[in-house]
Design a protein around this ligand. Structure first.
Ligand code: G1P
Ligand code: ZN
Length: 541
C-alpha cells in the first residue's frame, strides 16, 4: 500500500448528481484519487466496508474502476462488488447495493452528458439505501477535498474485470458480477412478463434506442430475450466509450432518430430511449410524444395493473418543476403527493420512510421504491405492462388520461452554455423582484404568488433553500427558473412552463402554442432572451 501525498484541487464540489467534469480534468494527476479518497473520508472511512462499483462505460470508465478498486483495498474495504468490465447502469448499481446490503456504491457516470476524451466524466456515491448521497454527505466529501493531504492506493496489477469471478487484492474480496442478471430478475418480480410476452407474440412492435450507452445489454436481455420482442428491437445497443458520438440524453432533440421513426410511416407501436447510465427514459407512441410529467401521471394512475404494485401506491412525489399532472391523479386516488427540489436524492427519505412508492421528474426520470434511483427500463416496462393490460395504444391511454384528469400543458426550455455571470445576475435580479410580483398582471394574467423555493424535508427536517424561482398565476399556470447543477460548460438556464387545461376541446393543441402567453410572461419578467442574446432555447422538451 502506498500513501501518496497530494494537495487540494479546486472545484471538486458535487452538483445535482455527483462530481462531473470534463474527462481530461478527471484524468489529471491526483484528480480522481483526491475525490475518491474524499468520498471514503466523507463517509467515515472505508475500513471493513463493502461497496458496489460500476459505470456507464464511457471513456475512462475502465481505468477509473481499476484506480477505485486499488484505493478501496488500500483504505481497508472488505469487499467490492463490481459489474463485469466495470459496467453497471445506475439503477442496477442501486439494486445491487440494496440486494447485497452493502455500505454504498460508487458510480462512474456523467449520466446524459456526452462521453469521450473531450467530453464528460463523473463519479458519484450512493448510500447503503441505494440512493444518491444526501447533501450533508456530499458536503462532507467536498469539505475533505479542500483539506486533503494524502490518499491511499495499492500498487498492483489491473484486476481482471472481464470474467464473472471472485478474486482478492490485499485482503479485499472482489466479486465481478454480470451487470444485467440481478436487475432483470428484479424486473420479473414487478411486471407481468407473461402479459407483455403475449403482446409481443401478437405482433406488437417496439423500438428501444439505447443510444450506444449502458442500457443496450439490459434492453437486449429483458426486451428481446425474456419478453420476445423481435431481434433488433433494441437499436444502438452496444455501449461505446464515446456513445458513438451521440448525446445520450433521451429527449426529442437528442433522440431525434427515434422521433423520426415514431413520427414516420410504419412506426412501431412503442418507442423509448434511455440515457448514458440508464436512469432516464423517454416514451413515444406513433405520432405522440409523452411528456415526462404526463408519463409520471399515467404511471401513477395505472400502476395497480403491474404485479408489483397491485396493492396500490403508498404515495407519490415529484420534483418541484415537474408538472402537477400527477397531483391530480393523487387527489383522485386519495394518495399523498409530495413536492421536492430537483434531483433524485430528495426522494430517498420519502421512500425509506414508506411515504411514497412512485416518484418522477420532468427531466425524463421516473422510478419507484424498488430501488433508490430513477430507472429508465423500469418505466419502459411499466408502460408495456399498462399497454398489455389495457389493450390500448399509447395515444389512447394518453387521451383517456387527459379526459379523466385534464391536461397540464408543459414544456421546458433550456438555454445552454450561457456565460455564468450573466446567468447569475439574471437569477439575482429575479430574486430581488419576487416581493413585488404578486398582484401584478403580466400578459393579461394576474400573478398569485412568487418565491424562491425552499424545501423542508418532512422526514429528517433538513431545509434546502434556493431551489428555483417560481412565479404562479391565477388558475394554476406557472413558470419556474433555475440554473442547472449538472452542466460542465458555463451555465444552463432552465425555464419550466406549465398551464392547466380542463376543456377537452383544447387538449390537442401544440404545448408551445398553449403555453405561449406563459413563455412571453417569463420573458417579460426574467428577460432570458434579452440577457443571453439568444433568440430562443437551445433545447425544448
Ligand atoms: C438535471 C435534471 C434533474 C436530474 C439531474 C440528474 O439536473 O434537471 O431533474 O435529477 O439532471 O439526472 P440539473 O442539470 O437541472 O441540475
Ligand atoms: Zn442518467
Amino acid at each position: 500500500m502506498t500513501t501518496v501525498s497530494t494537495t487540494p484541487i479546486d472545484g471538486q464540489k458535487p452538483g445535482t448528481s455527483g462530481l462531473r467534469k470534463k474527462t481530461r480534468v478527471f484524468m489529471q494527476p491526483h484528480y480522481l484519487e483526491n475525490f475518491v479518497q474524499s468520498i471514503f473520508d466523507g463517509i467515515g472511512g472505508a475500513q471493513g466496508k463493502t461497496f458496489v462499483l460500476g459505470g456507464d462505460g464511457r471513456y475512462f470508465n475502465t481505468q477509473a474502476a481499476q484506480v477505485i478498486i486499488r484505493m478501496a483495498a488500500a483504505n481497508g474495504a472488505a469487499h467490492v462488488i463490481v459489474g463485469r468490465d466495470g459496467l453497471l447502469s445506475t439503477p442496477a448499481a442501486s439494486h445491487l447495493i440494496r440486494l447485497n446490503k452493502t455500505d454504498g456504491g460508487i458510480i462512474m457516470s456523467a449520466s446524459h452528458n456526452p462521453g469521450g476524451e473531450e467530453e464528460d466524466f463523473g463519479v458519484k456515491f450512493n448510500m447503503s439505501n441505494g440512493g444518491p448521497a444526501p447533501e450533508s454527505v456530499t458536503n462532507a466529501m467536498f469539505e475533505r477535498t479542500t483539506t486533503i493531504t494524502a490518499y491511499h492506493i495499492e500498487e498492483a496489477q489491473d484486476v481482471d474485470l472481464h470474467r464473472v469471478a471472485e478474486s482478492e487484492l490485499a485482503g479485499m474480496k472482489i466479486t465481478v458480477v454480470d451487470p444485467v442478471a440481478d436487475y432483470a430478475a428484479l424486473m420479473e418480480t414487478l411486471f407481468d412478463f407473461d402479459a407483455i410476452r403475449a403482446m409481443f407474440a401478437n405482433g406488437f412492435r417496439i423500438r428501444f434506442d439505447a443510444m450506444c450507452a449502458i442500457t443496450g445489454p439490459y434492453g437486449q436481455e429483458i426486451l428481446e430475450n425474456r419478453l420476445g420482442a423481435a431481434a433488433g428491437s433494441v437499436v444502438n445497443g452496444t455501449p461505446l466509450p464515446d456513445f458513438g458520438g451521440m448525446h445520450p440524453d433521451p429527449n426529442p432533440t437528442w433522440a431525434h432518430d427515434l422521433m423520426d421513426v415514431m413520427n414516420g410511416d410504419d412506426a412501431p407501436d412503442f418507442g423509448a430511449a434511455s440515457d448514458g447510465d440508464g436512469d432516464r427514459n423517454m416514451v413515444v407512441g406513433p405520432n405522440i410524444y409523452i411528456s415526462p410529467s404526463d408519463s409520471l401521471a399515467v404511471l401513477a394512475a395505472n400502476a395497480h395493473l403491474a404485479k408489483g404494485y397491485t396493492k396500490g401506491l403508498k404515495g407519490v412525489a415529484r420534483s418541484m418543476p415537474t408538472s402537477a399532472a400527477v397531483d391530480r391523479v393523487a387527489e383522485k386516488l386519495g394518495l399523498d403527493c409530495f413536492e421536492t427540489p430537483t434531483g433524485w436524492k430528495f426522494f430517498g427519505n420519502l421512500m425509506d420512510d414508506g411515504r411514497v412508492s412512485l416518484c418522477g421528474e420532468e427531466s425524463f426520470g421516473t422510478g419507484s421504491d424498488h430501488i433508490r434511483e430513477k430507472d429508465g427500463l423500469w418505466a419502459v416496462l411499466m408502460w408495456l405492462n399498462i399497454l398489455a393490460k389495457r389493450e390500448m395504444s399509447v395515444a389512447e391511454v394518453m387521451h383517456d388520461h387527459w379526459q379523466s384528469f385534464g391536461r397540464n400543458f408543459y414544456s421546458r426550455h433550456d438555454y445552454e452554455a450561457v456565460d455564468s455571470d450573466t446567468a447569475n445576475a439574471m437569477i439575482a435580479d429575479l430574486r430581488g423582484k419576487l416581493g413585488d410580483l404578486p398582484g401584478q398582471t403580466v400578459q393579461g394574467h394576474r400573478i398569485a404568488m412568487a418565491d424562491d423555493y425552499t424545501y423542508h424535508d418532512p422526514v429528517d427536517g433538513s431545509v434546502s433553500k434556493h431551489q428555483g424561482v417560481r412565479v404562479m398565476f391565477d388558475g394554476g399556470a406557472r413558470f419556474v427558473i433555475r440554473l442547472s447543477g449538472t452542466g460542465t460548460t458555463g451555465a444552463t438556464i432552465r425555464l419550466y412552463l406549465e398551464a392547466l387545461e380542463t376543456d377537452p376541446a383544447a387538449f390537442d393543441q401544440d404545448p408551445q402554442v398553449a403555453l405561449d402567453w406563459v413563455i412571453r410572461a417569463a420573458e417579460d419578467i426574467a428577460g432570458i432572451r434579452t440577457r443571453t442574446g439568444k433568440s430562443g432555447p437551445d433545447v425544448t422538451t
